[in-house]
Design a protein around this ligand. Structure first.
Ligand SMILES: [Zn+2]
Length: 243
């Protein structure tokens, strides 16, 4: 039956009815529901994904609201995934939404990440990204890396055994000691990167050609670059993983 709600999505030849069915049967895990995780989660729920799990142990702070688009003043002090899931259930009542108000760790990675179709990185630190990378590479789960600070953001799809993984490259554009608290963040930078990351995720779910290029975006300086990153044959995490 023709589904009016998703008709504009299905009308796209890049997605079509078949692609929508794949989205509807997909299970997405978003780790970190902040500046990058919020828009990505919002887009997945609007796109009609069947199930989404939101993982974050943090609470909403008033300083988050200028860029973390799922929250309002009323949410200050609440656990982020609780506030986000409440908001997203209003957006799409047909999507199964799970709130997991915990931080991801090495110890709970298997329990919290499980076996989804794809994982989205909405975190703000390399330590958690390394946990996601190790778990996803080991379990052959695709994931999308996103980072954002100052006026700059980056996004990259990671297909274990096919593309480079996080441990294959050292990001020279990012100073890992920087924090949004000290450096600040331009609100459009994480929103643009997470929109792009959501698109990369759809391409992966729909089996489109995805070569794991890193996208570097600086909206303030009107710059966007695509950087190809080869797999590192010495990578400690993925060098033994085959497609
Ligand atoms: Zn690697």
């Amino acid at each position: 039956m023709f589904n009016l709600r998703f008709s504009r999505e299905m009308a796209l030849k890049e997605i079509s009815v078949d692609g929508y069915e794949i989205i509807r049967n997909s299970y997405v895990v978003v780790v970190g529901i902040g500046a990058t995780g919020s828009p990505a989660a919002d887009l997945f729920v609007r796109a009609g994904v069947g199930k989404i799990r939101l993982i974050d142990g943090d609470t909403v702070d008033i300083s988050n609201i200028h860029r973390q688009i799922l929250y309002s003043e009323n949410d200050v002090g609440r656990k982020k995934p609780d506030a986000a899931s409440e908001r997203l259930r209003i957006v799409n009542g047909g999507c199964e939404i799970e709130s997991v108000p915990q931080f991801l760790s090495q110890e709970n990675a298997s329990e919290l990440l499980g076996k989804p179709s794809i994982v989205i990185d909405g975190t703000d630190n390399m330590q958690t990204r390394r946990i996601i990378n190790s778990y996803c590479v080991e379990n052959r789960i695709p994931w999308v890396f996103i980072s954002s600070i100052g006026t700059v953001s980056q996004a990259k799809g990671i297909l274990p055994g096919s593309t480079s993984c996080l441990d294959c490259f050292v990001d020279r554009n990012l100073n890992y000691s920087m924090s949004c608290e000290e450096t600040g963040v331009l609100a459009s930078a994480p929103v643009m990167a997470s929109s792009l990351a959501w698109t990369i995720a759809l391409r992966i779910l729909l089996n489109q050609d995805e070569n794991g290029d890193l996208y570097y975006i600086d909206p303030w300086n009107l710059v966007m670059e695509k950087i190809h990153i080869n797999r590192n044959p010495q990578c400690p995490t993925c060098s033994n993983i085959q497609n």
